[in-house]
Design a protein around this ligand. Structure first.
Ligand code: NAI
Ligand code: NA
Length: 395
């Protein structure tokens, strides 16, 4: 079939297999171009199919030469109905990993459930014995807590006061004012349930108990801080409360793993266009200004540049350069004073009329379509493609 983007608000309902594969190939080539990393050899990535998790899987495999198991929740294709992008990404990843002689298997299901944890543990036992690195990179709007059976929904709201600021509809370029009502106590608790650290800890507990964590195993999860501008809706909002919980959980897990020389660390990453971040009000406008500035300064990075640098210059460099709260800061270039001062300047004057000039709206929009395999250089979108692509290990 010919597959075209079909957008509805912040989501795109279709994905292109050839475009997704090209994205994966580009990421693999980037990691290979940066040279080998002396790192983990057996890696579990939870949330491995898109965004930072996919970049982590690619860096583990093609940077460190690692065997990888990837867990994700993606929609399989059927005749006439394309898969979700993470499905095509994972199919492409496995194909290229296998061609390179690397072990790669995947598990498609709800990572929050006990069943998928058990299935993953069984696969590790059978195929790898143990893993030495666990990347936790889930982003989800909902979680069913397996202990209570309760389904929680996360929200993106400020805490305490109404937050009003500028935002942009990145499809139209229309800059407008949004006001977001503050969260209730339930909203906060639910968001922490979904995006906090409880599930990360449950994974590590279950893996440790099953004996599938190697001596000295490390685990990393991803967080975000961002500028003052987005603080009310991000770091001091409901999602920030969840990130506080995630970061606190790192210390808790590290204590639990101390006797086996393991540790848990949070890496604070840069703001990037992903399916998760496109849905947060105000953030797309911030990102489009940030991109413009960072590209002009030659310091722009996507997920793969971020994660390759995380592995090479932090995790496996001998010095993680932790901040005062024990976090890795790979958001260091985003947070540079000169970069943020320019964002502030542009933010104050941004309007519908000038945004395409002062901001990188095109970069934002292209990145958004790229997530779904569209507008990728070198891909012939007029060509007929088979939408039914299998992930080799799931076939
Ligand atoms: P993403 O939406 O690209 O990836 C989410 C992954 O989680 C996908 O592999 C998806 O299949 C998987 N997933 C979701 N629900 C699942 C479930 N129930 N069971 C199994 N897999 C499931 O998200 P992104 O942006 O890569 O986020 C990953 C982490 O990085 C999050 O913790 C996010 O907060 C953090 N982060 C994101 C930033 C950004 O700007 N996008 C910046 C800094 C941190
Ligand atoms: Na991810």
């Amino acid at each position: 079939m010919i597959i075209e983007p079909k957008t509805r608000g912040f989501i795109c309902l279709t994905a292109h297999p050839t475009g997704c594969e090209q994205n994966v190939i580009n990421q693999i080539e980037y990691v290979k171009s940066k040279g080998a990393i002396d790192g983990a050899k057996k890696v579990l990535v939870i949330g491995a199919s898109t965004g930072f998790g996919l970049a982590s899987r690619i860096t583990s495999a093609f940077g460190c030469g690692a065997s990888t198991i990837g867990v994700f929740l993606e929609k399989a294709p059927s005749a006439g109905r394309p898969a979700s992008p993470g499905w095509y990404n994972s199919a492409a990843f496995e194909k290229h990993a296998h061609e390179a002689g690397l072990y790669a298997k995947s598990i498609n299901g709800d990572a929050f459930s006990n069943e998928i944890k058990q299935q993953t543990i069984d696969m590790i036992k059978e195929d790898l014995g143990q893993v030495d690195l666990v990347i936790y990179s889930l982003a989800s709007p909902v979680r069913t807590n397996p202990n209570t059976g309760k389904r929680h929904k996360s929200v993106l709201k400020p805490i305490g006061d109404v937050f009003s600021n500028k935002t942009v509809d990145f499809h139209t370029g229309n800059v407008s004012e949004v006001s977001i009502q503050p969260a209730t106590e339930d909203d906060i608790a639910n968001t922490v349930e979904v995006m906090g650290g409880e599930d990360w800890e449950m994974w590590i507990d279950a893996m440790r108990e099953a004996g599938v964590l190697a001596e000295g195993a490390e685990t990393y999860a991803y967080s975000y801080i961002g500028p003052k501008l987005t603080e009310p809706v991000y770091r001091k909002g409901t999602i920030g409360a969840a990130k506080d919980h995630l970061e606190a959980t790192a210390h808790k897990i590290t204590e639990k793993l101390a006797d086996m020389g393991g540790k848990a660390v949070v890496s604070v990453n840069k703001a990037l266009v992903t399916q998760a971040s496109s849905a947060i009000p105000v953030i797309p406008l911030y990102i489009s200004l940030l991109y413009k500035i960072m590209k002009a300064d030659g310091i722009h990075e996507g997920c793969i540049e971020q994660i390759q640098r995380l592995y090479a210059d932090r995790i496996y460099s001998g010095d993680m350069k932790l901040d005062e709260k024990g976090r890795i800061r790979i958001d260091d270039w985003e947070m540079r004073d000169d970069v943020q001062a320019k964002v502030d300047e542009l933010w104050a004057i941004a309007t519908t009329e000038n945004l395409s000039e002062i901001g990188d709206l095109k970069g934002y929009s292209d990145d958004f379509f790229n997530l779904f395999g569209f507008k990728v250089d070198g891909v012939d979108y007029d060509a007929d493609v088979n939408e039914v692509v299998e992930i080799p290990s799931l076939a």
